[in-house]
Design a protein around this ligand. Structure first.
Ligand SMILES: Cc1cc2nc3c(=O)[nH]c(=O)nc-3n(C[C@H](O)[C@H](O)[C@H](O)COP(=O)(O)OP(=O)(O)OC[C@H]3O[C@@H](n4cnc5c(N)ncnc54)[C@H](O)[C@@H]3O)c2cc1C
Length: 377
């Protein structure tokens, strides 16, 4: 049996890469890729060995997300959400649920954003109320964006607390729970295979032990556990898109000729300078991501600052890089033939995914001034 990261290359070459253009064109969920990733041990990669998973950490997860983003942004974002939710379930979920995720047959995701509080995920409006008759909990909410909403088996779900004070409580909610409604279908500008759709809960009953961590402690847990995974993997996602667009642009510039000059586009001085800018942006982003991972693994004092910075750095670099690639490849990029316009669209998601670039810049500013991340400074 090949190691999961070796098997990943095979899945990308044989399944995920070839399907990417169709997933984008038809806005279809990449079923075959997700099934193959489950079989290859990639969906169970970050689950601990004691429950049958791969026992890998953020470094390996970042490699997976980057390589997937190189091939298909939608698949990469689905796996990113799966890993971020898995980190929370690994820390506070039941052994049964952890084993199910480790097996590779169980996709999970985050259900944080809501129609009312929008990108302010730290302020859920959805409620959780105790049913006096049997102690079950009843969830009501309007979740606005849940990636893989139809295909995930579990949602890591935020609500206001049941009894305690505090901004948030987290739950592992089975997606087939009665009272949940999914849709309408996702018609996105980019990441079109993501299936990031609203999920509404009206009187959805879950057992009390679906709670992840303590009642009212959800925001602390989201910031301590989910946020580092989400931010770092978002950086890896943007980096994968940038590497893909750099390779596609380079190939186009080398192969495309100006016949009257008997030269390639790559031989034009201004084109070389623009491409150098693009390459430096990609390399700078890789260095930043690598430094962030290093800071975390060595518990450097600035590790949390790097974590807060990395998604914004990478997302904005991906926006700039894909825009420059569109210019460099001209009308050819404007058509779908070079593949660059898909990266251009996909790259714009990370900027507006919560915490958005704006929110992260505020967090970074608060952090350097020793102010709390949220609330009055
Ligand atoms: C492809 C995709 C997949 C997603 N998947 C998931 C998922 O699986 N789970 C999940 O929970 N969510 C998911 N989301 C939702 C995402 O995390 C954000 O919540 C959502 O994109 C925010 O969009 P909005 O229109 O509600 O933003 P808004 O909150 O309306 O923000 C719009 C803009 O205003 C800025 N802004 C907001 N508040 C302020 C302020 N106070 N001051 C100044 N500027 C402000 C924001 O930074 C942003 O640029 C996904 C989003 C996308 C695009």
């Amino acid at each position: 049996m090949p190691e999961p990261l070796d098997a990943l290359s095979a899945v990308i070459q044989q399944v995920d890469g070839p399907a990417a253009a169709d997933v984008d064109r038809d806005a279809t969920f990449p079923d075959a890729s997700i099934a193959a990733l489950g079989d290859a041990g990639i969906l169970g990669l970050v689950s601990s060995r004691e429950v049958g998973g791969g026992g890998a950490g953020l470094d390996a997860a970042a490699t997976v997300v980057e390589q997937l983003a190189h091939a298909c942004g939608s698949t990469a974002m689905i796996v990113l959400m799966h890993y971020a939710a898995t980190a929370m379930i690994e820390a506070h979920g039941s052994d049964e649920l952890r084993r199910s995720i480790a097996s590779g047959e169980h996709l999970t995701t985050l259900a944080f954003s809501e129609a009312g509080s929008r990108s302010h995920f730290w302020a859920p409006q959805g409620t959780a109320a105790r049913e006096p008759s049997d102690g079950a909990v009843v969830l009501d909410a309007a979740k606005s964006w849940v990636t893989a909403a139809e295909h995930a088996s579990t949602y890591v779900w935020s609500s206001t607390p049941v009894e305690q004070s505090g901004p948030m409580t987290l739950w592992a909610v089975p997606s087939r729970t009665e009272g949940l409604a999914v849709g309408p279908a996702f018609e996105g500008f980019g990441l079109r295979g993501n299936e990031s759709v609203p999920v509404t809960a009206v009187g959805a009953r879950v057992p009390r032990d679906a709670m992840l961590g303590a009642d009212g402690a959800g925001l602390d847990l989201a910031l301590q556990i989910v946020l580092p995974w989400f931010l770092i993997l978002s950086g890896a996602f943007s980096l994968g898109l940038m590497e893909a667009v750099a390779a596609e642009t380079r190939g186009h510039l080398l192969a495309t000729r100006l016949d009257h000059l008997d030269q390639s586009l790559a031989q034009q001085p201004l084109t070389r300078v623009d491409f150098a800018r693009l390459r430096i942006d990609v390399d700078r982003t890789r260095a930043f991501l690598s430094d962030t991972l290093g800071a975390l693994s060595s518990a450097r004092p600035d590790a949390m600052l790097r974590v807060l910075e990395v998604k914004a750095v990478a997302a904005e670099a991906a926006v700039t890089t894909t825009d420059l690639a569109m210019k460099l490849c001209g009308g050819a990029a404007f058509r779908k033939e070079v593949g660059i316009e898909r990266r251009f669209r996909d790259a714009r998601a990370a900027r507006v995914m919560a915490p958005t670039t704006d929110a992260l810049l505020d967090f970074v500013g608060r952090s350097v001034f020793d102010q709390p991340l949220l609330g009055d400074a």
